[in-house]
Design a protein around this ligand. Structure first.
Ligand code: TTJ
Length: 637
């Protein structure tokens, strides 16, 4: 088949060839993250059609062969000839690499949403891609491409009684390291897209298993419902979701927020439906407006007396869950990872919309306003107390030059790169670990009893907790704003707990603490979970260890299942003698460590996971295990 190639077509092919040569330039990476990016690029186009007011539903299918099909009920990509290119518009969309717009800054993708023009990139990086258009002329059109090359001119394949676009593509195995889509990753992002685009219905279907998985995301309340979702495992301080919306200087601003009775701040900001984990001008504008409006209100109502100091932004944001979502024509992204908004007009726009509407809300809802102010005043007091406690410990460390916790059995090697610290549940297991360890490089810190749940306590209380103090001093880095990775004393922090539900609970509490106060340790890949075995199998002087029920069965199959096996099920680390503990769990040559990781792109989802686990409204068992599974991806042997 194939078309005859004129000069234009050659140029087109060169463009798409450039994408295939340097895919990272266009989609960030060819890892799993880049793979999923392809789906978002395509779905963005349908979301744009929804924002334009012509599309109400987007269906996304993960097919059995790991191809993706996206169907929308918009107007359909135009099939008429684009005169500049001399080709049907749909062919232009899929074969001409668009400069500018989305691809500012030397080809790097910096934004999506409003100018979805990434379809040609997806096409270039797909083994094949097919588009079907239900046109308003009553006909159905189709075209197929392979690795970006047109297989035949756009053709009519029948008639239709509705409008819309269907795109199916199979990511190219020559390009991507992995081509198996992760359902949860798509689910999280599509849910986010649905929250950010009120009214849209996004349906995700996974057809890969015998039993199809289907999820429908549809939120008439948009980001208001997002805030409700993020607070679902928390206790809101008041019922209302505070909502501000408006346009200023061509920036469309939407903000939704609600306080809960907890202590963490969860503000998530978006630009053109893209998350901005590093914030930027829009987030700064929001924070300025919030701080100023509440202080003005508290003064005018005499909640703050003349001689009292202003509430700090942090105090007002204690327990705040907020979504800041703006739409802007030409977003400028800054920072190393291009995840920080730079447009100065966004600051003013958010500040003005929020100040005005929040002031009005506070006037209309004095009871809510009072509750927030009172919470902020309590936060202010706790923060003062915590600051004093911290200053005290800081002075102490300066004087006594790092007094390490008494319970720590430190290692002798002083090069952090060689050193690891085992955080061990309970004194008895701690004792075994101290005997078992390799003294040069392995330090042991036993923790006693339940670990403080940092989700449920204010900073002043957290900082006087002995187990927490012991970890902070042992690690050497400090916490929060004081955190300094260069002071880290061990490059592996290994959590070692029993392989049961209580153990999983304790490791989740520890991960929560690390996540809240030293997230850099998790993001940097310094945190691991030890994997003690579940079973010991003995037969004819041979010894095997099994780390799962599957493995137990496999071993029994191999060695023959008979009465001569003595199978021991370990209930806890305490049941192992030091030698066994070394052999199975601590020996760097033989042990299995799971590295704890987190997906930067869904921090709001991580918060939901933690609070699901740590809040009062907990159905524990299964979910603890799931949470750990969520954080633990890489096997490090
Ligand atoms: C453009 O302006 C005229 C009417 O149609 C507009 C349009 O292109 N709409 C549109 C594009 N709806 N859906 C798409 C689309 C959907 C998918 C799944 C993939 C792509 C590349 C575009």
């Amino acid at each position: 088949m194939g078309q005859e190639y004129g000069a234009d077509q050659i140029q087109i092919l060169e463009g798409l060839e450039a994408v295939r040569k340097r895919p990272g330039m266009y989609i960030g990476s060819t890892s799993l993250k880049g793979l999923h990016h392809l789906v978002y690029e395509i779905v963005d186009n349908s979301v744009d059609e929804a924002l334009a007011g012509f599309c109400t539903e987007i269906q996304v299918f993960i097919n059995e062969d790991n191809s993706i099909k996206v169907i929308d009920n918009g107007r359909g990509i135009p099939v008429g000839i684009n005169h500049k290119a001399g080709l049907p518009a749909v062919e232009v969309v899929f074969t001409i690499l668009h400069a500018g717009g989305k691809f500012g800054g030397g080809g790097y993708k910096v934004s999506g949403g409003l100018h979805g023009v990434g379809a040609s990139v997806v096409n270039a990086l797909s083994e094949w891609l097919e588009v079907v258009i239900h046109s308003d002329d009553g006909n159905r059109y189709m075209q197929r491409y392979e690795r970006g090359k047109v297989m035949y001119p756009l053709k009519k394949i029948g008639t239709t009684d509705h409008t819309g676009t269907e795109v199916t593509f199979l990511p190219d195995k020559e390009i991507f390291e992995e081509t198996v889509f992760d359902y949860d990753t798509l689910k999280t992002r599509l849910r986010e897209m649905a929250f950010l685009t009120k009214g849209i219905r996004i349906i995700l279907t996974d057809r890969r298993e015998e039993k199809e998985k289907v999820r429908i995301f549809h939120y008439e309340g948009g980001i208001k419902e997002y805030v409700t979702y993020l607070n679902k495992n928390k206790d809101p301080l008041y019922e209302q979701i505070i909502y501000c919306e408006g346009s200023k200087n061509d920036v469309y601003v939407e903000v939704a927020m609600q306080h809960n009775d907890g202590f963490n701040e969860n503000c998530y900001s978006f630009v053109n439906n893209i998350t901005t984990p590093e914030g930027g001008t829009h987030l700064a504008g929001f924070k300025n407006a919030l701080t100023k409006t509440f202080n003005d209100y508290a003064r005018s109502q005499k909640i703050l007396k003349e001689n009292e100091q202003n509430l700090s932004g942090e105090d007002i944001r204690e327990g705040l869950t907020a979504i800041i979502s703006i739409k802007i024509g030409e977003p400028q992204f800054e920072g190393q990872t291009k995840q920080k908004l730079g447009n100065s007009e966004a600051r003013g726009a958010v500040e003005s919309v929020v100040s005005e509407q929040l002031t009005y809300f506070l006037e209309q809802n004095p009871a809510v306003a009072k509750m927030i102010c009172e919470k902020a005043i309590l936060a202010q007091r706790a923060r003062d107390a915590a600051r004093k406690a911290r200053d005290l410990t800081r002075r102490k460390t300066a004087l006594e030059s790092m007094s390490l916790p008494g319970k720590l059995a430190d290692c002798s090697d002083k090069d952090p790169k060689n050193c690891e610290i085992y955080i061990v549940e309970g004194d008895s297991a701690g004792g075994s670990a101290k005997t078992a360890r390799s003294r040069a490089t392995q330090a042991i810190l036993p923790l006693r009893g339940k670990i403080l749940n940092v989700e449920k306590s204010r900073l002043d209380k957290i900082l006087v907790n002995n187990e927490i103090k012991a970890m902070i001093t042992a690690f050497g880095t400090g916490i929060s704003d004081d955190f300094d990775i260069t002071k880290l004393r061990y490059h592996k922090i290994i959590i070692m707990t029993d392989a049961d539900v209580d153990g999983a609970h304790i490791s989740t509490l520890l991960l929560t603490f690390l996540y809240r106060f030293m997230p850099q340790l998790i993001k940097g890949g310094y945190v691991y979970l030890a994997q003690p075995p579940l079973y010991k199998i003995e037969k004819n002087k041979g010894v095997w260890y099994a780390y799962s029920d599957d493995e137990l069965n496999r071993i029994l199959m191999e060695i023959g299942r008979d009465n001569n096996n003595k199978i021991q099920r370990y209930k806890g680390l305490g049941e192992m003698d030091p030698e066994q503990l070394w052999e199975t769990t601590m020996d760097p040559e033989k042990r299995i460590l799971l590295r704890v990781t987190m997906d930067e792109e869904s921090e709001s989802e991580i918060d939901v996971t933690f609070t699901t686990l740590m809040g009062d409204k907990v159905e524990p068992r299964r979910e603890f295990i799931e949470a750990n599974a969520k954080f633990v991806r890489n096997l490090d042997i």
